[in-house]
Design a protein around this ligand. Structure first.
Ligand SMILES: Cc1cc2nc3c(=O)[nH]c(=O)nc-3n(C[C@H](O)[C@H](O)[C@H](O)COP(=O)(O)OP(=O)(O)OC[C@H]3O[C@@H](n4cnc5c(N)ncnc54)[C@H](O)[C@@H]3O)c2cc1C
Length: 281
């Protein structure tokens, strides 16, 4: 007998904004809590992420909020808009989830939301997903990213064992955007400043110029898709890194909102992989 498979939507978490702070002029930490987060299962990975749900203007959703009903009863263009954010920290005892938002200007949904949200506001989100944590087997770690990957790099540094070398390159606009990060013995953190230049150029230069320490590396490289593509090619083709030693992806794309980037990502990745396969053959 054929069984019909019903695709259930992922669990929707319902939290409340408890407080927020400006970590730096353009990085806003929003702390979310409330009973709806009890049992939120983050912890295994350091790149855990959630998908915040933003209501479409003028659309009323069922109460209580039900993603299955929305998918069944509402046209696709009325579903809530999602924005993806790293779990900077999750404290199951205090039931507090911290997310660091880049406030990249007035454009977009999530950045401006973080700038204006006040304690007490409800937040709905899916997740957590995640896939990477610094491997305890690695001889050294390479962590590279722009501001959007800074929360994941901060979380990763909390798990790099003392004494294991870590080369960390973080690109921000200027010195005012540097922040205090966990500093395990063996980690060298280099802050690179864009100073109005293109996103990621300084990161590509820094990794190309790096003299790799001996031994097996575990690398984490994320941020704007253009520089991530350049670095993927460099690490895979010039440095010969196998894919299982590399967590690498574009978190966002210059000139595209998240919806636009996500819908073109599959084709983007296909081209990257095709070019890479040619270069490696
Ligand atoms: C797994 C994962 C984890 C992520 N974690 C974080 C995180 O912890 N913190 C974080 O801030 N971001 C994170 N991002 C990136 C974030 O999802 C995107 O930056 C997203 O586009 C922001 O949504 P928005 O509504 O603010 O802007 P959108 O509406 O998506 O975009 C509006 C405009 O702003 C531009 N833009 C988007 N992001 C940036 C940026 N960072 N700098 C400059 N211009 C930008 C777009 O290109 C577009 O032109 C993560 C992404 C992924 C896939």
């Amino acid at each position: 007998m054929a069984t019909e498979r019903v695709r259930r939507s992922p669990r929707v978490n319902r939290g409340t904004v408890l407080r927020k702070e400006r970590v730096t002029p353009h990085m806003i930490r929003v702390v979310i809590g409330g009973e709806g987060l009890a049992g939120f299962g983050a912890g295994e990975f350091t790149d855990h992420y959630v998908k915040l749900l933003f209501a479409q203007k003028g659309v009323d959703y069922p109460e209580p909020f039900d993603m299955d009903r929305i998918r069944a009863e509402y046209p696709r263009d009325q579903w809530p808009v999602t924005r993806t954010y790293t779990v900077r920290s999750w404290d199951p005892d205090a039931v507090e989830l911290a997310i660091d938002f880049v406030h990249h200007g007035d454009k977009g949904l999530a950045g401006p939301w973080a700038a204006r949200v006040e304690p007490g506001e409800e937040v709905l989100f899916l997740g957590p997903g995640g896939a990477y944590a610094p491997s305890p087997d690695a001889d050294w770690h390479l962590l590279v990213g722009d501001e959007s990957a800074l929360p994941a790099i901060g979380a990763a540094l909390e798990r790099v064992p003392d004494g294991t070398p870590a080369r960390v390159f973080i690109e921000v606009e200027g010195p005012e955007e540097e922040q205090k990060l966990p500093a395990p013995a063996g980690a060298e953190v280099v802050w690179l400043h864009r100073d109005g230049g293109p996103v990621g150029d300084a990161l590509v230069r820094a990794v190309r110029d790096l003299e790799f320490p001996d031994g097996t590396v575990h690398a984490f490289v994320h941020g704007e898709a253009g520089f991530v593509k350049d670095l993927r090619r460099h690490l895979r083709v010039d440095r010969g890194l196998p894919l299982d030693r590399l967590s690498i992806s574009g978190y966002w794309r210059r000139g595209r909102d998240e919806d636009g980037w996500q819908s073109s990502k599959r084709e983007w990745n296909r081209q990257v992989e095709e070019e890479e396969a040619k270069a490696l053959s």
